[in-house]
Design a protein around this ligand. Sequence first.
Ligand code: 5AD
Ligand code: SF4
Length: 472
Amino acid sequence: MRFFIHTYGCQMNVRDSEAVAAMLEAAGHEHAAAEQDAELVIVNSCTVRDMAERKAVGKCGNLIAAKEGRGKSRSARSAAEGCVKVVGLMGCAVKRMGADVFKSLPGLDFAVGPRRFGMIPRLVERVLAGERRILELPDADEVPVGLDAHPDVRRGANGFACFQSYVTVLLGCDNRCSYCIVPDVRGHEYSRPAREVVAEVASLAARGVKEVCLLGQSVLRYGRRNPAWGECDAPSPGGFHEPFPRLLEALNATPGLERIRFTSAHPGGCTDELVRAYRTLPRVCRHLHLPVQSGSDRVLKEMGRHYTRAEYLAAVAKLRAFDPEFAVTTDVIVGYPGETEADFEATRSLMEEAGFDNAFVFKYSPRPGTRAAALPDDVPTEEKERRDQVLLADQQRRGLERNSRLVGTVRKVLAEGPSLRNSARWSGRDSGNRIVAFEPKGQIAPGTLVSVRIVEAHPQILIGEMQESGCA
Ligand code: 5AD
Ligand code: SF4
């Protein structure tokens, strides 16, 4: 069957969708370039905020309407012109909704929670054999199959980049932050054995991948809950003892690999060893996404984040001490229950002190079953919106300020391809994950490392001149 996957949510979902695409291809199905050409359409859902869940469920509803020939909305009509026969829902919203998913979506053929995506090829067979409304909900400790399935990266198949790849290293989350539904839907922490990760990255690099991004909800906790090293228990040349820096050290030696990134992090994991790994392992990119959520000690305590504002700032200072250009990005929630104007101002000032290179701001959304959902959602929507806008305006100014310091520097950029806005320019990213646009010189291929001298700074992008063709 020709299939298409719509992905909502975070990088973890993007990675799960890729694995499903690879498994469906291995089972003889064919990836469709567009939804209209697909007979099997799968929606990979997110539930981190109410709106995210609504989007995925709404999309699924439209597809089902098209499948049943009763398309009303515009998107259902366009899908109806297509040939959709089977509709499946996967991911976080399925686990949150459980069997209720079929109350909202009675025409759904199958629904699969996060750790069971490996069953999808088999579920498609069962649907083709006549079964309907199949529900697969994973247990919190389940180990998925298919974690290492990748589409054919040499071809850049399925529209996936052929020189960058996500690699899941840590599943689930055991930090029970008061507002967050992720531990309920993605289950307990499970670290993949290091030898498995090392082999997966080596195989990707041998197939032309230049950059990997290691994924985990709290990735620095890799190997802390369950032994992760397994048979890979070789001595660490750098003398690392903690599992995550050891993993970085092992991956740093992968032939052909240029860059290692990882996300997302909790400041508790910013140990001296991690800083030493950043400093001494040349392929490890100098960027950390370190969600802070709030700058108010009172709110941080209520959220159960297990750090204070001062501890958070100390972690950032530690990273910037050995490299002032080290990029730190963050997530912030505005309008948490009981967040006062003073709490909000504390977040504002923390963001200024931390000097974030980029920030994502989210309006608090109560999630059923979380501790915070029992508290009154008492910050009015308009006030959440105002706080959101204030932080975004601050960040635009701060982004410009931070980027302006880089004018005149020469940065190594992994070229990605022609820029979407201006096809005469290419864009890529520097080690700090900053977007850099430049005019290519000579023939360069996506995935080439080039040197770019920065001539202009904007809040979200740097413009530069490529120094020479070929590898930097
Ligand atoms: N409401 C708003 N934002 C949330 N996040 C997680 N849970 C919620 C919620 N209930 C945000 C956090 C997290 C990011 C992925 O989503 O900032 O870091
Ligand atoms: Fe959404 Fe969180 Fe699930 Fe990612 S892990 S898809 S952000 S609910």
